[in-house]
Design a protein around this ligand. Structure first.
Ligand code: PMP
Length: 289
């Protein structure tokens, strides 16, 4: 495996970060998870835009121009001779001293890992996921914007632990007001009477790239889609439910807190979106080779 680290490529054992890196000491940094399919990177420009927006929001200066960053992502995949897989692109505040002052970190650290992806078990796409509501609330905008894809994922990790202890596939996170925000690593959607719904970003969700693709697919397939504030009631009473995310793609949800959603099987609109999503990943994207 060849890993990009600040402009050079290193083997898995040699790619090392200092213990003084503030990405490690404080979770001070941003990242992206990106997929590539059949020699094409899916939605690369959107991921790069979100990375630079996340960095801007935390006053982190990325030491590479966008074009150079795109090329670094593509070259890392090429160096590993991969055709399908996952890219983890990380920018940390870089090395400083033990204090949290970012002004003492002269240069951001950039690393890129390209590898094969371990998918959710196939069975979950056929039968649907079980989701539980987590007691851990999504972090409020006033503390740290959930729109920043930062290295500080403890909020999501704690919720994920709850979901795992409950034996569920994903955990639903509510915001401080009790409205649905998102799942620990995916955006959430419902279908009711042929219309699609998802909570607004302002409820505390990451502006998912796959979420955006879902909007585009809905428009193309002729489904109305809207973003009302939502509560668990809307999920309990939905006909269908599904999640979107770069790793998960589009995945059906069949229970929330052990209550059956709709017929308890992946619904027809969810299945159409899953099918269309696969067609898109097979036909569009930035050429790698
Ligand atoms: N919400 C959170 C908290 C996430 O970490 C992610 C990414 N895994 C998503 C939603 C989905 O975003 P995307 O479709 O861009 O992967």
């Amino acid at each position: 495996m060849k890993i990009y680290l600040d402009g050079k490529y290193y083997g898995k054992e040699e790619a090392k970060i200092s213990v003084f890196d503030h990405g490690l000491l404080y979770g001070d940094g941003v990242f992206e998870g990106i997929r590539f399919y059949h020699d094409r990177v899916f939605r690369l420009a959107e991921h790069i835009d979100r990375l630079y927006d996340s960095a801007k929001a935390i006053c982190l200066n990325i030491p590479l121009e966008r074009a150079a960053m795109i090329e670094a992502v593509l070259e890392t995949i090429r160096q590993n001779e991969l055709h399908d897989g996952y890219v983890r692109l990380v920018v940390t505040r870089g090395c400083g001293d033990l204090g949290l002052n970012p002004a003492l970190c002269p240069r951001a650290t950039v690393f890129i890992i390209a590898s094969k992806i371990t998918l959710y078990p196939e069975e979950m796409y056929h039968n649907g996921l079980s989701v539980v509501t987590c007691a851990t609330r999504r972090i409020p905008h006033g503390a740290l914007s959930p729109m920043v894809k930062s290295l500080n994922y403890l909020n999501n990790v704690l919720a994920k632990i709850e979901a795992q202890l409950a034996g569920a596939g994903e955990g639903l996170m509510l915001n401080e007001q009790g409205f649905v925000a998102e799942c620990t690593g995916d955006n959430i959607f419902t279908v009711k009477k042929g219309e699609i719904f998802t909570p607004p970003i302002s409820s505390g969700a990451l502006a998912g790239i796959t979420r955006q693709v879902a909007f585009e697919m809905a428009a193309e397939l002729g489904f109305r889609i809207s973003e009302p504030e939502m509560t668990r009631y809307d999920i309990f009473t939905a006909d269908e439910c599904f999640l979107t995310g770069t790793a998960a793609e589009v995945i059906p949800v069949v229970t929330l807190d052990s209550r059956v959603i709709g017929d308890g099987v992946p619904g027809p609109i969810t299945r159409r979106l899953m099918e269309r999503f696969h067609q898109l990943t097979e036909t569009i994207g930035t050429a790698i080779y």
